[in-house]
Design a protein around this ligand. Structure first.
Ligand code: ZN
Length: 424
């Protein structure tokens, strides 16, 4: 059986024109012969794209050929080759250069009419596909994937993908605007007069260290990434990430994410952070109506780790130091859940004394030292510092919970941040 694919071109000015694209002649005796094959589909798409692009450009150029003042046709100075890259194949074109008409009084004697239209030699959709897939896999895998399914240029390899993605990144970077230390939303009366905002937005911020490919002499080669997710009550959540030290406009980047979600001056924003110093700095002065809360997930997780360490202590009799320490840790958790930093701090200090007391008792009684006690004492001390550093961001989580307000990021939201972290 024979199939011929044609394209029918209809314009206002000329008669309809039919051009053949491809003929497929194939029996139908096995499953492999049923339907289009990838190679045929790619070749049809490429043929179709070539015809569409050539026809469109001819139609674009035709009316521009005449001088708008005297209607005389512009003379051609010459042509230069131009390759228009698209997801459906590259089209090789001859881009004309025309003489300007005498009556135009232009400073340029000649010009290229196509450069007004083809501001880039790559179709935006191809740039989009390259950037999108390069965010998920390596440059070489992206080149292979596109080669497999689309009639892209066979010369598209990892370096070309990298160059395209970097160019897109530079362009987006230039669009992002300058860094700003403070976003105060204008004067108080402007804020009050602003439109009624929608429901609150929660933004989760987590920092983490990633081992770099290069390890400079004397350094670890690790770099810090801050990843986040902005979750409106209504609408689509957005993720973002930045590399600290490298990023010159981190606040602007976060602010742009919020603006893209349509925040208004009176919008309530809750920043939930992991309590790291660098993460804490990021949302400061970013929005007039924002609150900064230490994500309960991180408090809960740290207390759980302390309990896990304490469970490694000797003896499990009722009333033993181990039981006592576990009970006290549960109290610390309870105080923090209700935002009572002072009592949590006191209890932690007592706990450190108690742990040190157990070490002393062991020594006096001639018992072998428990290494876990030293570890626990250090961990308690570190946790105390963490709590002190974040005291302003510890709230009454119990009350928030009862009011249905978010004070920790859900596990699915956290997964999307951590998967981003592991992917890079
Ligand atoms: Zn003229």
């Amino acid at each position: 059986m024979k199939f011929t694919i044609q394209v029918l071109i209809e314009t206002a000015e000329s008669l309809p024109l039919t051009l053949p694209i491809q003929t497929i002649d194939r029996p139908c005796e096995s499953i492999e012969e049923v339907g289009l094959q990838i190679a045929e589909a790619k070749s049809i798409l490429k043929g179709l794209q070539e015809n569409v692009v050539r026809q469109q450009l001819a139609e674009f150029l035709a009316p521009k050929r005449l001088c708008p003042h005297c209607q005389r046709s512009r003379a051609t100075k010459g042509y230069h080759p131009l390759r228009f890259r698209s997801a459906y194949g590259d089209v090789s074109l001859r881009s004309p250069r025309w003489h300007r008409c005498e009556c135009e009084h232009s400073t340029q004697a000649t010009y290229c009419p196509l450069s007004d239209l083809l501001t880039s030699h790559t179709a935006p959709e191809l740039d989009f596909l390259l950037a999108k897939w390069a965010a998920h896999s390596s440059f070489s895998a992206v080149a292979e994937l596109l080669q497999d399914v689309l009639p892209v240029d066979p010369g598209l390899h990892q370096e070309t993908v990298r160059q395209h993605v970097m160019a897109t990144a530079d362009r987006l970077e230039a669009e992002i605007g300058p860094e700003q230390f403070m976003y105060d939303g204008g004067c108080q009366s402007d804020i009050e007069a602003s439109p009624e905002p929608g429901p609150p937005i929660t933004v989760g911020l987590d920092g983490g260290y990633i081992r770099g490919r290069d390890r400079p002499p004397g350094g670890t080669g690790c770099f810090e990434v801050i990843a986040g997710k902005s979750i409106p009550e209504e609408g689509v959540a957005k993720v973002f990430a930045l590399v600290r030290r490298v990023d010159k406009k981190p606040k602007r980047r976060l602010r742009n994410v919020l603006e893209s979600q349509g925040i208004l001056p009176r919008q309530q924003i809750t920043f939930l952070s992991d309590g790291g110093d660098t993460v804490r700095e990021l949302p400061a002065f970013l929005h007039p109506r924002s609150e900064h809360i230490l994500d309960w997930f991180h408090i809960g997780m740290r207390i759980e780790q302390l309990m896990q360490t304490a469970r490694g202590l000797r003896s499990a009799d009722a009333g033993s130091p181990k039981e006592q320490i576990l009970k006290e840790l549960a109290r610390v958790k309870w105080f923090l859940w209700h935002g009572n930093v002072v009592r949590a701090d006191d209890t932690l200090s007592n706990l450190i004394d108690e742990v040190d007391g157990v070490r002393e008792e062991d020594r006096e009684a001639g018992r072998p030292p428990q290494l876990v006690l030293k570890k626990l004492s250090r961990a308690l001390d570190e946790f105390g510092t963490y709590i002190d550093n974040n005291a302003d961001a510890i709230t009454n989580y119990g009350e928030r919970y009862r009011c249905g307000e978010r004070s920790r990021l859900g596990s699915s939201n956290r997964r999307s941040i951590s998967s981003w972290r592991s992917a890079s």
